[in-house]
Design a protein. Structure first.
Length: 73
């Protein structure tokens, strides 16, 4: 599924809720992204211009991103 979406090198899988999964992946342009698998699709939820981000669901259901020393929801 990742190859068809132009994604490769999946790392750091983290379970979300309702069967979703977040991971870091490289897109076809060589940028690192946070991707989300759900029962419906595989989608990029954040693309980093220069880092290696990670993503997960917070306790309140919001999406959190960590890039370098910076985190945000």
């Amino acid at each position: 599924m990742g190859e068809g979406a132009g994604l490769s090198d999946f790392r750091y899988p983290v379970p979300g809720r309702d069967g979703e999964l977040f991971a870091q992946a490289k897109d076809s342009a060589g940028r690192m992204s946070v991707v989300r698998w759900s029962v419906r699709s595989l989608e990029k939820v954040y693309v980093s211009p220069h880092g290696a981000p990670r993503g997960w669901r917070g306790p309140d259901g919001s999406l959190w991103i960590l890039e370098g020393l910076r985190s945000f929801a």
